[in-house]
Each structure stands twice: as C-alpha cells, then as structure tokens.
Design a protein around this ligand. Structure first.
Ligand SMILES: Nc1ncnc2c1ncn2[C@@H]1O[C@H](COP(=O)(O)OP(=O)(O)OP(=O)(O)O)[C@@H](O)[C@H]1O
Length: 273
C-alpha cells in the first residue's frame, strides 16, 4: 500500500496490511521426491497484529516465516512484505528474526551479541551503545550487557536474542518457537513480558508455536495449519481483550478459542500416516 492508500486505510479505521500472501506454494525438491511444504496459503497480516502459527510438526510454519524473511523462495503465488518483495523488505531491514534456539555467540557478551547486526549495518559506536541500552531495558535485562551467554539462564538468553532482533527497530518481528525449549513457568513469564513489549512497541509479530494456550494467550489472530501439504485450515480472530492477565486462561472466552484451535488441528490432521 502506498502512502496515500495507508492514509485512507487509517481514515476508515482499517489496518494497513504488512504481510500479504496470495495462493503461496512452496515445493522442495528432495532426493526422495518433492515435498509440498506450502500449498495455496493466502493470508493478510495487518500492522500491529500478533499472529500465531500453530500446527503439527512439518506443516510449514517455519517455511512460511522463512518465505516472509526471504530465506526461502516460494515456487508459486505472491508474497509482499510492507508492500515490497520479501527480498526488498530484507534489504530495507523490515524485520527482526528470533530463532528456536537463542543462537548467541558464546565468545561475545550479551551487549556484543546485540551489537553484531548493528556493527554490520554500520551504526556509530554511540548509536550502538544507545540501542543496546534501550533494548536491554525493553526485555528487562538491564545490567546484563557485560555478561556472557553462559552466565544467563535459558529464559534470559532467549530474551537477549529478542533484544538482538529488536535492536535495529524493525517494524516486524518474526519469532520461530522462541520459548519451545523452556519450562512452563519461565514460558508463562516470557509470554507476559512479550505481550507487554508488543503493547509498548506496536510491532507486528509473526509467532510460531506448538502450544495452544500460548497461541491463544498471545495472539490477535491464530492461523491453524495442517500438514501434507502445508495449508491453512482455520484463521481465528481473537475475541479476547488487549489487556490479558495470565488468569484469562481460565475464562470461558479463552477456553472457547482454545477449543476452536484444537478442532482446527484435529480436522487438518490425518492420523493414517
Ligand atoms: N530445505 C528443505 N529441503 C527439503 N525439505 C524441507 C526443507 N525445509 C523444510 N522441509 C520440509 O518441509 C516441510 C515443512 O517444514 P517446516 O520446517 O516448515 O515445518 P514446521 O511446521 O515448522 O515444523 P516444526 O513444527 O517441526 O518446526 C517438512 O516436511 C520439512 O521436512
């Protein structure tokens, strides 16, 4: 959407589309034959939405995120990010990416890890320091910049990796199962913190998870996917309020959405293979 279109969208209360996929296909050619990772995936993600992707292993969640990040090339359909091709969006630093494992360099301090992309992008020393300070504050890790990754717990390392993705202030944050390896208590805490961070920054977030409660708790929109080939089986607009204490998980509205996700997963799953 151009500047004029964006203005008009704002006027009539519409969300500006940030990610648009139309009939997206991706087939990997492997030595065992083709693997249809994505088939006919169409989806719109508006500015400031928190969109979770949930589905069984191998349904193409990561592949979709990687297409948005221009790390994979779709074999069919159209995909735009901020009105550009994914490749152009990557060059304009439209997104930060948080991987399943924190992926911090052990020989660099936390601040050093966060600075790495900033160094590559050529930010001045002073600007790097200022950004590190700001993002460490955003993820509640003030005072830990001088520590090495091994001196931090798993949850703190994952927060540091979120800080690194936030450091160049991209409008979109792509997160691939960032809390999958953490225990439930830590995960609950990080979910709360992530929601607070999202509310504070207004970022658009694409978030891959295997957990129904996590998807329902975090999202404004839940995309349920099914495997072989990877398709969207349901898109749920969350009726939950923006303000979400953890106890909301016991509310009838929450349970109802979780139930619909579960049904979507069941409907899309073939138990024969
Ligand atoms: N580079 C690749 N070459 C060949 N096949 C691939 C490649 N990347 C992914 N696949 C296949 O594409 C399908 C989708 O994979 P993807 O990693 O996107 O699934 P996922 O839903 O993210 O799974 P998980 O929940 O286990 O992370 C799988 O069958 C996977 O084996």
């Amino acid at each position: 959407m151009g500047a004029e279109g964006a203005e008009k969208a704002k006027e009539i209360g519409m969300k500006e589309t940030v990610i648009r996929a139309e009939d997206l296909d991706l087939t990997f050619q492997t030595k065992d034959g083709p693997v249809h990772a994505l088939k006919g995936v169409s989806l719109e993600i508006g500015k400031g939405e928190f969109v979770s992707f949930i589905g069984p292993s191998g349904c193409g969640k990561t592949t979709f995120l990687r297409c948005v990040a221009a790390l994979e090339q779709p074999t069919g359909g159209r995909l735009s990010v901020n009105g550009m091709t994914p490749e152009e969006a990557r060059k304009s630093r439209a997104y930060g990416y948080v991987f399943q494992a924190a992926g911090l360099y052990p020989w660099r301090t936390i601040a050093g890890n966060i600075k790495l992309p900033l160094e590559i992008m050529g930010f001045s020393r002073a600007e790097q320091d200022e950004r590190v300070r700001k993002v460490l504050q955003l993820v509640d890790l003030e005072g830990f910049g001088g520590k090495y990754p091994w001196q931090l717990s798993g949850g703190m390392q994952q927060r540091a990796s979120i800080a690194r993705a936030l450091a160049f202030d991209a409008e979109i944050l792509l997160m691939d199962e960032p809390f999958g390896a953490l225990d439930e208590i830590v995960r609950d805490h990080l979910n709360e913190q992530l929601l607070a961070l999202w509310a504070r920054t207004g970022k658009t977030i694409g978030f891959v998870t295997h957990s129904i409660p996590e998807a329902v708790y975090l999202s404004t929109k839940i995309v349920v996917m099914s495997p072989r080939p990877g398709r969207i089986s349901d898109v749920i607009e969350s009726p939950l309020p923006a303000e979400r204490p953890l106890e909301i998980r016991d509310s009838p509205e929450f349970i109802e959405v979780a139930q619909r996700v579960r049904e979507g997963l069941r409907a899309g799953h073939s138990y024969d293979d």
